[in-house]
Design a protein around this ligand. Structure first.
Ligand code: NI
Length: 178
């Protein structure tokens, strides 16, 4: 059986409602992400950082920078959903973002960014009330309305999804962390 190298954890989840336990698990994934992302790239050489995690895919370096900018969008989407009535979020061309010069920076820049970003994102999410988890937002391209629960599930998955791209590559290539 072949596994889709792009989706080692399966497809992106988009539930409209989570249980209290699912919310706590998702929050815990987001709390752990900065440390897991840092550990995933620890000790890698520049050559290793510039290796695609799969044939034709982003390099490890690009994956780290992508997580930072994706979660910046997450932070903004969460705050929009909490403060506006069914806001329309702004999608972006993530493959084109990954071609811009900042994706060649040392990963540490984005590791620090993710540290700081999650230090702000978590208290916001931890303060969401039971009723506010159903606050809506709309994806313009899909024309679909989701909830704050959807954002929580999506980004909890998203961090783990990309960490697994890096740890999978390390495992396949025997790039162990000494
Ligand atoms: Ni992504």
């Amino acid at each position: 059986m072949t596994q889709d190298a792009r989706y080692p954890l399966g497809p992106m989840p988009t539930p409209l409602e989570l249980s209290a336990q699912e919310r706590e698990e998702a929050l815990e994934h987001l709390r752990r992400l900065p440390g897991e992302l840092r550990a995933a790239v620890a000790g890698l050489s520049n050559t290793q950082l510039d290796t695609p995690y799969r044939e034709g895919g982003w390099t490890v370096r690009q994956v780290v920078h992508h997580v930072a900018e994706s979660h910046m969008n997450a932070f903004i989407r969460v705050k929009l959903a909490l403060t506006e009535d069914n806001p329309v979020i702004k999608p972006y061309e993530e493959d084109r973002w990954a071609q811009l010069p900042d994706h060649q920076l040392p990963p540490e820049v984005s590791l620090m960014l993710v540290d700081a970003l999650h230090a702000r994102l978590l208290p916001v999410l931890e303060g969401v009330t039971e009723t506010d988890w159903s606050r809506p937002w709309t994806h313009p391209a899909q024309g679909r309305t989701y909830t704050l629960d959807s954002l929580l599930a999506l980004y909890a998955w998203h961090g783990r999804h990309h960490v697994s791209h890096i740890t999978g590559l390390r495992g396949r290539n025997g790039w162990q962390n000494w």
